[in-house]
Design a protein around this ligand. Structure first.
Ligand SMILES: Cc1cc2nc3c(=O)[nH]c(=O)nc-3n(C[C@H](O)[C@H](O)[C@H](O)COP(=O)(O)O)c2cc1C
Length: 246
């Protein structure tokens, strides 16, 4: 059976994964609130795992949840989706984490999606050009999986770059307390009765609450967001292509 495990707070990671692997069997949603699933895969299964890059690393909540998926020499393909800045050590971190769970990593993909924190960066991606690129990887990956070879030379360094602290979104006075952000938050960081209270120790800054709020009452602090924009703008200018590493 083919499994697709993904952590996709605002949907970009899942979009890229679905282009690469259109089958809908075996979905494992690692960003589900109160994720409590254990999966044991057998030798003949195949696992595709897709995570976003956050500060050039994998979201630690996703890495924790990945520990509940075990392989038995099972073949896997790892995918990092990033917002056209840089993926830095996230791919090698995902490689190490999946390998430690008993998988053989046959191929790795990096793909670009709209930047979930600063939506005007890589806006509209994955676009048609990305779709064509990612679709062209499908056959090559299948062939590689049949060859039983491990991927070599994953970019990134160990020890990984330090984890960053991300901006926790907040709620403005237009909030109608519908509770949708509370229900959707992967990190359980939002108070059910008082959605204006975000637990900054739990919040991973993933932007899901911002993207699902029906009345746009949630957002990052504008000045702080502008600060981040200014710091990363130069690095995001040039369009980055999707990559297949084998
Ligand atoms: C807190 C945070 C940190 C991010 N860090 C990076 C980064 O280091 N490099 C980058 O290119 N994109 C970065 N992004 C953009 C995401 O990797 C990208 O938008 C990804 O598609 C988000 O996945 P999702 O749409 O499945 O939530 C970051 C986004 C957020 C919210």
């Amino acid at each position: 059976m083919v499994y697709k495990a993904y952590f996709s707070p605002t949907g970009g990671t899942k979009k890229c994964l679905d282009i690469l692997v259109p089958d809908e069997e075996g979905n494992i949603d690692l960003a589900k609130k109160d994720y409590e699933e254990d999966h044991v895969l057998c030798k003949n299964d195949i696992l595709y795992v897709a995570l976003p890059a956050f500060g050039g690393r994998c979201p630690s909540l996703a890495i924790e949840r990945l520990k509940r998926i075990k392989g038995d020499g099972t073949k896997a393909v790892i995918i990092i989706v990033y917002g056209n800045r840089a993926y830095e050590d996230s791919l090698i971190e995902l490689y190490d984490s999946v390998k430690a769970q008993g998988f053989i990593i046959c191929a790795a993909v990096t793909a670009v999606a709209e930047h979930s924190m600063i939506r005007e960066i890589a806006e509209g991606r994955p676009d048609e050009r990305d779709k064509t690129e990612l679709e062209s990887f499908r056959g090559k990956i299948k062939k590689r999986l049949n060859e039983n070879k491990e991927v070599e030379n994953i970019p990134g360094k160990r020890p990984y770059k330090p984890l960053s602290k991300f901006l926790p979104p907040s709620t403005d006075s237009t909030c109608i307390r519908c509770g949708q952000c509370y229900l959707a938050c992967p990190a359980d960081a939002i108070d059910q009765m008082r959605p204006d209270i975000t637990d900054e120790n739990k919040c991973i800054g993933c932007a899901r609450c911002i993207s699902i709020c029906p009345i746009n009452a949630r957002g990052y602090d504008k000045d702080k967001l502008n600060g981040v924009k200014g710091r990363i703008a130069k690095q995001c200018e040039k369009r980055k292509d999707n990559e297949l590493l084998m």
